[in-house]
Design a protein around this ligand. Structure first.
Ligand SMILES: Nc1ncnc2c1ncn2[C@@H]1O[C@H](COP(=O)(O)OP(=O)(O)O)[C@@H](O)[C@H]1O
Ligand SMILES: [Mg+2]
Length: 356
C-alpha cells in the first residue's frame, strides 16, 4: 500500500479540547497529550479547539503548544479554520473528548454528537449527566447499596426563602465540620470545608456562583483514593492510587483548596482493601452505566467502608495524570490506553440502539 492509501485506512480522531468550563486549561493539557501520544500508525489525529463560546476550530499543531486557551483564542481567526458542527461528521470518524466539566463532561456535547451521528469516546448522555451531578449520582449509587457521603442539596430558590430551616437541617443531618460545594463542578471549584454555620452561609453563597444547587455534605476523614476503570459491559479496575494532599494546602485557614495533592500508586493499603476499592469502583461504573473509561474517587475511612466521593466520566489525560500511572502499573502505555479507549468507544457506538 502506498502512503496515501495507508493514511486513508486510518481512523480519523478529532480531539476536542479547551471548551467553556472552569477546567479548560486542564482540558488543553489533556487534548495535546492525547494528540502527542495517540498511536499514529492506527489513527490520524485532528486537533480541534473549542473556544469559550463553544465554537469549534481545527487548529494547526503549532497552535497546540501555546501557553493557555486564551493565547490560542487570540489567534483563531487568523491561524485556524472554523468547523461548523455539521461538518464534523465529514471531518472525523470519532471524537476524542479531551474536554472536562460543564458542557464537555455532562452530557451536553454528547447529546449534540449523537444528533450529528458522530461517535465519541467515553460515556453516553445520561451517564455523563449523572456523573457530573454529584447529588443525582449519589442517589443512584445509594440505590445500588454503595456508600456515599451524607448530603443535603440546597437550591438557590429555597436558600432565598428558607435559610433558617436549611441551617437546622445542616445541624441535624450533617453536623460540623462539613464540606460545601456546587453540585456540578470540577477542579475543586468552590469546594470549602466549613466549621460553623456562619462559614456555611458564605460557602453556600459562593457555591451559587457556579451552580443553582449547592451540596452540604459530611466531612470524611480517611485516605483519599482513586481508581481508573476501563471497559464497557465487563469493566476492569486498574490499580488504585492514594491521593496525598499537600500539607500547606490543608492548613490554610480551614478553607481548603483541595485536589492538589500528589498520588501514590498503588495506594499504601492492604491487598484486600485494594481489592475492595476496585470492586466498589466497578460497581459504580456499572450502576451509572459509564462507558469505555472513568476514574472513581473514594475515601477509605478505616471502618471497613469505601465511601464514593465522585465519578469522573472524562478523567484528566495530562501526561502525568494518575490514570496513566495506574495503567502503567498494569503494563499499559499511554498510547495503548488511548487506543483501548477509542476501540471500546467505537464498539459501544456500533452496538447502541439509540443514543449511548
Ligand atoms: N465530603 C468530603 N470530605 C472530605 N474531603 C472532601 C469532601 N468533599 C471533597 N473533599 C476534598 O475536596 C476535593 C474536591 O472535591 P470533589 O467533590 O471531588 O470536587 P471536584 O469535582 O471539584 O473534584 C476532593 O478530592 C477531596 O480532597
Ligand atoms: Mg474530585
Amino acid at each position: 500500500m502506498n502512503l496515501e492509501d495507508q493514511e486513508k485506512v486510518k481512523v480519523k480522531v478529532g480531539i476536542i479540547m479547551g471548551g467553556i468550563s472552569s477546567e479548560r486549561e486542564i482540558s488543553l493539557e489533556s487534548g495535546r497529550n492525547i494528540f502527542s501520544k495517540i498511536d499514529k500508525k492506527k489513527y490520524l489525529p485532528v486537533s480541534i479547539f473549542m473556544d469559550s463560546s463553544g465554537f469549534l476550530w481545527e487548529i494547526p499543531v503549532k497552535m497546540l503548544i501555546r501557553n493557555s486557551t486564551g493565547d490560542i483564542e487570540c489567534d483563531l481567526e487568523e491561524e485556524a479554520r472554523k468547523v461548523p458542527y455539521e461538518e464534523l461528521k465529514a471531518l472525523v470518524d470519532i471524537v476524542y473528548l479531551g474536554l472536562h466539566g460543564k458542557y464537555g463532561e455532562d452530557g451536553c456535547i454528547q447529546g449534540l454528537l449523537e444528533l450529528l451521528k458522530v461517535p465519541y469516546v467515553g460515556s453516553g448522555v445520561l451517564a455523563s449527566a449523572l456523573g457530573m451531578d454529584k447529588y443525582a449520582s449519589r442517589k443512584v449509587l445509594e440505590m445500588s447499596g454503595i456508600d456515599v457521603p451524607r448530603t443535603i442539596a440546597v437550591s438557590s430558590g429555597r436558600w432565598k426563602s428558607d435559610k433558617d430551616n436549611i441551617f437546622r437541617e445542616i445541624e441535624k443531618e450533617i453536623g460540623m465540620p462539613c464540606v460545601i460545594k456546587p453540585a456540578r463542578e470540577g477542579c475543586s471549584t468552590a469546594v470549602r470545608k466549613v466549621l460553623s454555620l456562619e462559614d456555611a452561609r458564605n460557602a453556600v453563597t459562593n457555591a451559587f456562583d457556579w451552580d443553582n444547587v449547592a451540596l452540604v455534605e459530611e466531612f470524611i476523614e480517611g485516605m483519599e483514593v482513586t481508581c481508573g476503570i476501563i471497559g464497557n459491559d465487563v469493566p476492569v479496575a486498574l490499580v488504585p492510587s492514594e491521593t496525598i494532599p499537600t500539607r500547606g494546602v490543608l492548613s490554610l485557614e480551614d478553607k481548603f483548596l483541595y485536589g492538589q495533592g500528589e498520588n501514590k500508586t498503588p495506594a499504601r493499603l492492604p491487598e484486600d482493601v485494594l481489592k475492595k476499592i476496585q470492586d466498589v469502583a466497578v460497581r459504580v461504573f456499572t450502576a451509572l452505566d459509564l462507558k469505555a473509561y472513568a476514574r472513581i474517587d473514594m475515601f477509605v475511612p478505616g471502618d471497613g467502608r469505601i465511601i464514593v466521593l465522585e465519578p469522573n466520566s472524562l478523567p484528566g489525560m495530562t501526561p502525568s495524570t494518575v490514570l496513566f500511572h495506574q495503567a502503567a502499573a498494569s503494563g499499559i502505555t499511554q498510547p495503548d490506553l488511548i487506543s483501548r479507549i477509542i476501540q471500546l468507544s467505537l464498539e459501544a457506538h456500533s452496538e447502541k440502539k439509540g443514543p449511548l
